[in-house]
Ligand binder design. Sequence first.
Ligand code: ATP
Ligand code: MG
Length: 314
Amino acid sequence: MQAIETIELTKKFGNLVAVDKLSFEVEKGEIFGILGPNGAGKTTTIRLLACLLSPSSGSANVGGFDIVKDSMKVREIVGIQTENPSLYERLTAYENLDFFAEAYGILDSQERRKRIRDLLDFFGLWVFKDKKVGAFSRGMKQKLSIARAIVHDPDIIFLDEPTSGLDPESAREIKDLMKSFSRKGKTIVFSTHVLGDAEKLCNRVMIISKGKRVALGALEELLTNTSKPILRITLKKLDQRVIDAIKCFKQVKEVTVADSSSVVSIVLDDVETITPEIIKSVVLNGGLILSVNVVNQSLEDVYLKIVRGGKVEN
Ligand SMILES: Nc1ncnc2c1ncn2[C@@H]1O[C@H](COP(=O)(O)OP(=O)(O)OP(=O)(O)O)[C@@H](O)[C@H]1O
Ligand SMILES: [Mg+2]
């Protein structure tokens, strides 16, 4: 079952098209990652789906409700943590969560207290429950704003760069929390610049650039379809003659030398046929080889290629 479906969703700010005819679907229980450079439209997309913004054109269905016609319903079943934490700085951590929990319809004060205690405990913020949020550090605000997003136990959770600004231990806790939500059947859509997080967490990712979708699919799929093998040769000493000789092969797509190292990375279409020839040529040109490895391009390589290419699918 689909938790989210968008059809040509578009948001314009004046002349700027921040989200440009974006169509995609998210399955129930899925952890779906949105990647893309600064200004690509990730936050705007998330804000549209959580009904914090209304679209200029196109449509979207979230949890069975239309984001324009049934925006009140959508707001009830989603939780959102976004870039600028929407917290009241003059209220304490406890008062903030209490306010939002009540606004989300949890009217029983005992029930609210239990949820808030559990959440603040989980995030290590219970000891700061009576501290005004204005005096919180960035990471503490970030955690509180995630707690705020889930205080009413929503079915669909939007997290906008949830681990940004968090220490490694807290970031790990958030990632574990995301996984446990997904196991409970909750749907999570999150944006991130941390490709490793996307790799660890997501069933599928969508890469957007200038508001447009440039890639969508399971990570392994993106990697196998886009990534090429790399032949990595470590030399005793870097020698331009050797590099020039490698570049002469027409099967060699790209040669890079990592800064201040003697490791040469060669992107190839087919490693098997050409590797022995390249090694022979390195030796003939005086290169002293310490090691040879074949590795696959990383998600970072693939991401950069897709984003720099800017090619829109279909
Ligand atoms: N309220 C607004 N008014 C005018 N322009 C806006 C507004 N919100 C976003 N934009 C513009 O829309 C584009 C997309 O912004 P958005 O914040 O969605 O990008 P993003 O992918 O989240 O970027 P980042 O990775 O930096 O968070 C940008 O060019 C931004 O300047
Ligand atoms: Mg953003």
